[in-house]
Design a protein around this ligand. Structure first.
Ligand code: N2P
Length: 357
């Protein structure tokens, strides 16, 4: 009996020690506690060296995860399985997250570097007063095209893409609003249209583009276009800028009918366990030199005015990627159209993708 009791005590002791070790391991792996920060960002959207710099400067260790669409990000944050301290949604999704009470208010007194952000990107309709979000990158949606492969062909309109000569030439970024938006804009409709007949019409118009579409892809769209696997892409401006540095046959245009102007901002989701660290990270990213380094790596347009002087002049004066306010005025920012309408956009996009197969 004594032996049995001793064995029982020994097993209990080992279990307790094991549990303690596991919990310690979890701490150091960054799944909880003050000393870790869990960041959820788009793919290819930060200079990895900056994560190391931040870790070194603050002693906080970063767990970094990526997503490839606002919708995927939202699903995971809403589900709450991971304690994200920072996420980087686009404007309409910020509005939606806030409407669903998924965000923590930002304490601007902890962000002395916020003064570096250009006023033009502050206090926008999706987040008045920047109560819940801080600018990260911004840009447009447009067409990147290879004039050498296309024999000098120029693009000005979305409808140019429907040219029967462009069979199998087009890559599309895998985004419901971007692709549906192309259909809507090509018909003269708004990117925020919620008329179901217009949306169906846009989807049907997209179906007729199928012979010209080579593939619908994620971040690999950049490599494919840079390597001339296809001559045309529907892309976010920063992806165009990135590959245009590598391949000088490429050009980028925002079609004349109009297009999307977007803003990706940093937010602190309610899942956050390290709100203090989240503020430190946001302030770190807002530093002029850090923002410049990040912009050089990512190639997207920075809203950080103070960073501009650390960036190559030809980069920040290029109006294709830093369009002045009078050019962006005619573009449309996505609005939060509500659960039902956004689901309809997603369903039609899915139907369009299925139609291709
Ligand atoms: C970066 C994607 C940027 C998304 N790979 C534009 N909202």
């Amino acid at each position: 009996m004594k032996q049995l009791v001793r064995a029982f005590i020994a097993i209990s002791l080992v279990s307790v020690l094991l549990l303690a070790a596991i919990s310690k391991l979890n701490d150091t792996q960054g799944y909880s506690g003050d000393n870790t920060l869990t960041i959820y960002n788009w793919g290819d959207y930060i200079d990895p060296d900056l994560i190391k710099t931040f870790e070194k400067e603050t002693g906080i260790s970063v767990v970094y995860e990526t997503f490839d669409s606002n919708e995927a990000m939202m699903t995971k944050v809403r589900q709450g399985g991971t304690s994200y301290d920072i996420a980087v949604p686009s404007e309409y999704m910020i509005e939606k997250m806030q409407a669903e009470d998924l965000l923590i208010a930002i304490d601007q007194s902890k962000l002395p570097n916020l003064k570096n952000i250009d006023e033009r990107f502050m206090n926008l309709p999706f987040d008045p007063g920047n109560e819940y979000s801080i600018p990260y990158f911004w840009g447009t949606v447009g067409i990147v095209y290879n004039h050498s492969l296309l024999g000098g062909k120029e693009f000005t309109s979305w409808n140019d893409l429907w040219d029967p000569e462009l069979k199998n030439d087009i890559l599309l970024v895998d985004g419901a609003r971007e692709v549906m938006g192309m259909g809507l804009n090509s018909l003269g409709y708004s990117l925020n249209d919620t008329n179901k007949e217009h949306l169906r019409e846009a989807k049907e118009k997209l179906d007729t583009l199928t012979p010209n579409i080579k593939a619908i892809v994620g971040d690999e769209i950049k490599i494919l276009l840079a390597n001339e696997e296809a001559p045309i892409g529907l892309v976010w401006s920063g992806d165009a800028a990135d590959i245009m540095y590598e391949n000088e046959n490429l050009d980028y245009v925002v079609p004349e009918e109009g297009s999307n102007l977007w803003f990706d901002n940093m937010v602190i989701p309610k899942t956050a366990k390290n709100v203090e660290g989240a503020h430190r990270f946001i302030n770190f990213i807002l530093d002029a030199e850090i923002a410049a380094q990040n912009t050089e790596w990512v190639s997207y347009s920075t809203p950080n005015k103070a960073a501009l002087e650390y960036l190559p002049e030809e980069m920040v004066t290029d109006e294709r990627f830093y369009p002045p306010a009078e050019l962006t005025e005619k573009l449309e920012v996505y609005e939060n159209l509500g659960q039902e309408n956004l689901a309809y956009y997603n369903d039609l996009f899915l139907e369009f993708k299925m139609h291709r197969k």
